[in-house]
Design a protein around this ligand. Structure first.
Ligand code: SF4
Length: 389
């Protein structure tokens, strides 16, 4: 056990008597579309055959960032792809143009093999204060089945480098449900996460995305019951170690929750830079062209990289926000679900009364909230279908 603060148990009023914070700030997402190899399950816009474009891409990225006007970001997330795959000096030169608050959370996603103290020192020159490391599993055979090329030892070395340079927070990403992964393999992975002292953990069930190598091989598709058992296991182990589940797939030690997540899940505003990046401003959602080739071409020609956009009406926006909030420990206002539906769903949701929490703010006092139980977290999509925007 590495945590000193025990997470509240489901049903404990500390889970959720508060509405999501009103001031969640502005987010910025930056997409780096290059990887050394393609994982079997990955449907992200990322490429393994365009290394020759990396420098031009990063110059184009700086140009896009410099020409955009946005409020200072309270959270910046550089993902992909594999940001740690590209030249770190060129990367920080591109990212330095992002306007951010002095207290901004600034995260770069890294492959374990790439993380060294030297690399992190370069990132730190522009204020990077958090890394997200793609651990995925502690079992070599599970990593191989997922198409990952790093070894489990690389994760421990990466965490050591993170500590050596003095970063006080980091995330480990893990995936459950790969072919050949036993429940013991998964438990060992989570135990290793705890032993490494990760302040934040994202644990996702493997999903089959159209167009991936995994989709073409049904013999390797994950099993729902197996994934449910593994979800229970990760939640039990992390809760016992002092983590709080603050969104279905995310656990954190108190104070280490990801700020960009908060922006996304509250329907907040964020900018998106790079190919395939999405942005949202007050109901206008837009996304950039998908390939780095096209992106570079447009930036170099002085043209917009936006591929398309949609304007969400008030009802759609409200419903989407509720769908996202339902997945969090804050849950949704009681009015978001019909009372009969709540009764019918039985143990999937629990009602938390504001009066049960002395720290509730005045806005909380206006109503109780409905929060998913652990059983409900496994069936969140079904609950979501009944939300009223
Ligand atoms: S490293 Fe990440 S982004 Fe790259 S192919 Fe694998 S899952 Fe996709």
């Amino acid at each position: 056990m590495t945590g000193s603060t025990r997470a509240p148990a489901p049903g404990d009023p500390r889970w959720s008597t508060r509405a999501p914070a009103a001031d969640i700030g502005f987010g910025a997402y930056v997409h780096i579309p290059f990887c050394a190899s393609k994982c079997d399950y990955c449907a992200f816009a990322t490429f393994t055959d365009r290394s020759h474009l990396e420098s031009r891409y990063l110059r184009a990225l700086r140009t896009e960032i410099e020409s955009a006007s946005h409020p200072p970001a309270s959270a910046v997330f550089v993902g992909g792809g594999t940001p740690s795959h590209v030249n770190p000096h060129e990367l920080v030169h591109a990212l330095d143009a992002i306007v951010r608050r002095s207290d901004a959370e600034f995260t770069i996603e890294c492959n374990p093999d790439d993380v060294t103290a030297d690399l992190l020192d370069v990132y730190r020159t522009i204020g990077v204060n958090r890394v997200s490391i793609g651990m995925q599993s502690a079992s070599p055979h599970v990593l191989a089945a997922l198409g990952r090329t790093h070894s489990p030892d690389a994760v421990a070395r990466a965490v050591e480098a993170v500590r050596r340079v003095g970063l006080t927070t980091f995330n480990l990403d893990v995936i459950y449900g790969g072919v050949g992964e036993s429940i013991d393999d998964w438990v060992a992975t989570v135990q290793q996460v705890v032993a490494l002292g990760a302040p934040h953990v994202s644990a996702y069930g493997l999903t089959v995305e159209a167009g991936t190598a995994l989709a073409d091989d049904s013999s390797r598709h994950p099993d729902d019951d197996d994934q449910a058992d593994k979800y229970d296991a990760v939640d039990d182990l992390l809760t016992a170690a002092g983590y709080v589940n603050y969104e279905i797939s995310n656990w954190a030690k108190p104070g280490h929750e990801c700020r960009l997540n908060a922006v996304y899940w509250s329907g907040g505003n964020y900018a998106g830079f790079g190919c395939a990046a999405h942005a949202h401003r007050d109901g206008r959602r837009s996304w950039n062209v998908r390939t780095p080739d096209r992106y570079i071409e447009l930036v170099e020609a002085g043209r917009s990289v936006e591929s398309s956009f949609e304007v969400l009406d008030v009802g759609t926006r409200s419903l989407e926000r509720l769908q996202l909030q339902l997945r969090t420990r804050d849950g949704v206002p009681v009015s978001a679900l019909d009372a009969l539906d709540v009764e019918e769903m039985g143990e999937l949701v629990q009602r938390i009364d504001a009066s049960a929490d002395a720290s509730a703010t005045s806005s909380d006092a206006s109503g109780a909230r409905l929060v998913l139980t652990r059983a409900g977290r496994l069936l969140a999509n079904e609950v979501s279908l009944r939300l009223r925007g």
